[in-house]
Design a protein around this ligand. Structure first.
Ligand code: CA
Length: 219
């Protein structure tokens, strides 16, 4: 697996590069926001938010706008970073410095595992006029493409795979996000609200009070 590490601090980057290489990762390290955006993101990005020439959050947004590459954000303790904002930027997970190397590798593997079904996802899912193609990661409603963030797509695909079934909050969070996220309830609600807006009818995603959500054709 090719990993792009964006980190200006040698004291963090050097042992990380050595450890990841020992574990069989092919690591390319850059120090600045400029170099991060110029580099090949490879299969995975580890992104420090505090960069000398710019905000890592902007790098995250730019990478996400042009690629589905999984991104784990590295934040410093005390960074006033709202987890929901990180998700909205397109990050898949985050770690807070100082973090354990084993913990980080476990996160990388978990995020990579969730990302990999994107490439071999089978036939498009259909519910009435809604079509979700996990192979191309495109969703259309009555033939019109829905413009979705990666997480909105994953959430819609997850619900559409089993229409009419009630999906518990916990099962959705485990399938679509990482169970390590804290404050996840708000995150999920933010994404559901945004999907409802994009689907044009809130009845597509029904709230099952105290349990979770269910997708079905309105009417
Ligand atoms: Ca830094």
């Amino acid at each position: 697996m090719r990993v792009l590490l964006v980190e200006d601090d040698d004291a963090i980057a050097e042992p990380l590069v050595a450890g990841l290489r020992r574990d069989g990762f092919d690591v390319h390290r850059v120090r600045t926001a400029h170099d991060a955006l110029a580099a090949d993101p490879g299969d995975f990005v580890l992104l420090d938010l505090g960069l000398p020439d710019g905000d890592g959050a902007d790098v995250c947004r730019s990478l996400r706008a042009r690629s589905g590459v999984p991104i784990i954000v590295i934040t410093a303790r005390g960074d006033e970073i709202d987890r929901v904002v990180l998700l909205e930027l397109g990050a898949d997970d985050y770690v807070v410095k100082p973090f354990g190397f084993r913990e980080l590798v476990a996160r990388i593997r978990a995020v990579a595992r969730r990302a990999s079904p994107r490439t071999d996802a089978g036939a498009p899912l259909r519910v009435g006029p809604l079509e979700v193609d996990r192979r191309t990661r495109r969703a259309t409603l009555a033939g019109t493409e829905l413009v979705l963030t990666p997480k909105e797509f994953d959430l819609l695909a997850h619900l559409t795979a089993e229409p009419d079934a009630v999906h518990t909050r916990q099962s959705i969070l485990e399938a679509v996000w990482d169970p390590h996220w804290y404050g996840p309830t708000k995150t999920l609600d933010v994404h559901v609200a945004s999907l409802r807006k994009k689907l044009g009818d809130p009845r597509w995603i029904e709230t099952v009070r105290g349990v979770g959500f269910r997708l079905r054709e309105p009417g």
